[in-house]
Ligand binder design. Structure first.
Ligand SMILES: NC(=O)c1ccc[n+]([C@@H]2O[C@H](COP(=O)([O-])OP(=O)(O)OC[C@H]3O[C@@H](n4cnc5c(N)ncnc54)[C@H](OP(=O)(O)O)[C@@H]3O)[C@@H](O)[C@H]2O)c1
Length: 328
């Protein structure tokens, strides 16, 4: 596993990290606690040193499980990024210094740490980002030692550019994958120029870029790939990258004709993201330990040939882009 620096002033992270939304058991019938622990252990034992979670994942269960794991882990240090801003008490208009402070303290408690490595604003309303007061409160918490760094998870290029203006921002978390290539032209170069690290979520477009789904695949009632596939609960872009499911499956199947020899679609998709030097880490989510092993191996795949990258850009422009829904 190769490492990269997260932002100019940050810390080293494995270039393949782990998304821990699934561990909160918000997906499907839920990931059992023992499997969650096995997922974390498998990841850490295979060089994955960066975990992404949030206070709201499973109403604290994801952070709690990571906290339990950290108590017993004695291998390479793990950095944990959590998020604040989507809890029922704050979203969409309850942001005060006090609610932020309370949220940060609760995350420290669940994770069992003195200071949070990184707290990210969790897709908070654009106006709250633009107003900027919340960043002053974050800087204050940083000075006090409750958090080491702060960043923001955003939904649109516009939001990313707003956050890049903030002094001390370590990282931006974005949706960036073969189905969402728009960030290449403006946001990636600007983040890189400012020394802000990029954490890439949905590297597999909610799993569809693994190529394992068919149009007949169904998802459990509590799985966002069921209830949010058309954006009924939150930004549709967070589910299958905003593409209607049947279309996304068709596009993923079409991408299989572009695979380099011996490379799976999941690996090509993740390698494509890592081939952008502005990216610090990708955070594929996993519901089973074997998925982590396969995702971690994307770090060892050779960079994609230039001709293939051109083909994939052309495929995106002609076949994918017209189908993306939601703010982007
Ligand atoms: N607003 C935000 O800030 C925000 C929003 C969304 C996500 N996130 C973060 O980003 C992380 C990643 O996003 P995501 O989990 O939504 O999307 P993702 O990483 O694109 O997809 C994860 C899903 O892909 C499937 N998968 C993973 N590895 C696989 C492999 N090697 N082979 C076959 N299938 C594989 C699994 O589906 P099955 O479970 O069906 O097997 C897994 O649940 C989350 O865990 C979370 O930490 C943040």
């Amino acid at each position: 596993m190769k490492n990269r620096k997260l932002g100019a002033n940050g810390f080293d992270v494995s270039e393949v990290g782990l998304g821990c939304w699934q561990l909160g058991a918000d997906w499907g019938s839920g990931v059992a606690r023992e499997i969650g622990m096995e997922i974390l252990t498998t990841a850490a034992a295979n060089g994955v040193t960066f975990f992404d979670t949030a206070d709201v994942y499973g109403a604290g269960r994801s952070e709690d499980l990571i906290g339990q794991f950290l108590k017993h882990w004695d291998g390479a240090p793990i950095r944990v990024a959590t998020k604040f801003g989507r809890g029922g008490d704050v979203y969409p208009d309850g942001y005060t210094e006090e609610t932020l402070r309370r949220g940060v303290d609760a995350s420290r408690e669940r994770l069992g740490v003195e200071a949070l490595d990184l707290v990210q604003l969790h897709c908070i309303p654009t106006d709250v980002m633009r107003n900027g007061a919340i960043f002053d409160w974050l800087r204050k918490l940083q000075q006090e030692g409750a958090i080491r760094h702060f960043g923001a998870s955003v939904e649109t290029v516009e939001e990313g550019l707003i956050c890049l203006e903030q002094e001390g921002l370590l990282s931006l978390q974005v949706i960036f994958n073969l189905f969402r290539q728009k960030l290449v032209t403006e946001l990636l170069p600007q983040a890189e120029a400012k020394g802000v690290g990029l954490i890439v979520r949905l590297p597999l477009a909610s799993g569809v870029l693994s190529g394992k789904f068919t149009a007949n695949t169904t998802f459990a009632e509590q799985d966002h790939r069921n209830y949010n596939r058309d954006g009924a609960a939150f930004n549709v872009g967070e589910t299958f990258a905003g593409i209607p499911f049947e279309k996304a499956v068709e596009l993923a199947d079409a991408l299989k004709t572009h695979l380099p020899e011996g490379v799976t679609l999941a690996k090509m998709a993740q390698r494509w993201i890592l081939d952008h030097p502005a990216v610090s880490t990708i955070i594929p989510g996993a519901s089973a330990p074997d998925q982590i092993l396969r995702n971690a191996a994307a770090s060892d795949v050779a960079p994609l040939p230039k001709a293939l990258r051109k083909e994939l850009a052309a495929f995106y422009a002609a076949e994918v882009e017209p189908h993306i829904r939601g703010p982007y």
